[in-house]
Design a protein around this ligand. Structure first.
Ligand code: SF4
Length: 329
């Protein structure tokens, strides 16, 4: 940890907010530490962009929107034009530009013009290498950095970006720095500076600590947790195990069929040695997938209260503490 790090010393705090339990805990950590709410903003990268939903939970963007509203903080969305599907199907072209919401309501645009013309036609692979696990780099990391770099409001000020990676989830995450200079930083610029640090305050937290802070703030979490998921990733996250894919098949069979047919078309599976059809067929779906939860998770409007009312009793969701192999990222 940088000895000079002072949590209170920043002008802005960006919480990289997926809608999952760990980014929720990151945000609540800031409240616990008396960071002024008017300096905090949530940022959410939309995996599927603004077109048809292909890979992520339909409800996730509006869950994030309603969460921000419940706490009175702004939320800004970023995405790659065409999203996951557009990048997957890219043929002899540049990757599409990134788009980002700005404070004045306008939508910024950057990137997508340089580099070689290439063809993707391959699902991201389960790897630490972000060149082949391209969903993380192309749809999240680069989109977020582009949005910071291309907005003048981050010039000549100090911004802390918080993200919720936890070491318990993988050996790779356990090695992430708790504090470091963010890749969007520009401290020695000729015309302006851009001071951007990255902080992972819950890297060493246990899952129990995460649920404890969520319970203390009485948060209703993303519906996937109540159906049995332990992690709120994309609905068809490449790191999913057979039970997750079998569960996703119960919820969205048409989308799974499309992904299975694309695996065949590309001649390249998501998992190295097994195809998605076998994963779906051999997995056991979670037994908490009710019609109500399924409908909520696959709708675009989140119509429940984020904070429980005084009449409601907070309960641990079915997916809490479920130990399943997810691969590593
Ligand atoms: S949640 Fe999974 S599929 Fe989605 S971007 Fe992350 S690694 Fe890729």
């Amino acid at each position: 940890m940088n000895q000079r790090f002072n949590l209170q010393s920043y002008d802005k705090y960006i919480v990289s907010f997926s809608g999952g339990k760990d980014s929720t805990a990151c945000f609540l950590y800031l409240l616990d530490n008396n960071v002024p709410v008017d300096k905090i903003e949530l940022w959410h990268q939309e995996i599927d962009g603004r077109g048809n939903t292909f890979f992520d939970w339909e409800i996730t963007p509006d869950y994030c929107r309603q969460f921000a509203k419940a706490f009175g903080v702004p939320i800004y969305f970023q995405w790659k034009e065409g999203g996951f599907y557009g990048e997957l199907m890219r043929e002899n072209s540049h990757t599409a530009p990134n788009r980002f919401e700005q404070w004045d309501g306008s939508i910024g645009k950057a990137g997508g013009l340089r580099g070689k013309l290439t063809t993707r036609h391959k699902f991201p692979q389960c790897s630490h290498d972000l060149k082949i696990r391209w969903c993380s780099s192309y749809l999240k990391i680069d989109v977020c950095s582009t949005a910071i770099i291309n907005q003048p409001r981050f010039r000549n000020s100090r911004t802390l970006v918080l993200s919720g990676e936890r070491g318990e989830e993988s050996a790779a995450r356990a090695r992430y720095a708790i504090f470091e200079t963010d890749k969007a930083d520009l401290r020695n610029g000729k015309q302006f500076t851009r001071h951007i640090d990255r902080y992972r305050p819950i890297r060493d937290w246990t899952e129990k600590q995460v649920w404890n802070i969520i319970e203390r703030y009485q948060i209703r979490v993303h519906p996937c947790y109540y159906m049995g998921w332990n992690r709120c990733s994309c609905k068809f996250c490449i790191f999913g195990n057979k039970n997750q894919f079998a569960s996703a098949n119960v919820i969205s069979p048409l989308q799974i069929s499309k992904i299975i047919s694309l695996e065949k078309q590309f001649g390249c599976t998501i998992k190295r040695n097994i195809d998605l059809q076998i994963l779906v067929d051999t997995g056991i779906p979670y037994n908490h997938i009710s019609k109500e939860l399924k409908d909520l998770a696959t709708s675009y409007i989140y119509n429940l209260q984020i904070k429980l009312s005084s009449e409601e009793i907070w309960t641990l969701p079915a997916g809490a503490f479920v130990k399943e192999s997810y691969g590593a990222n």
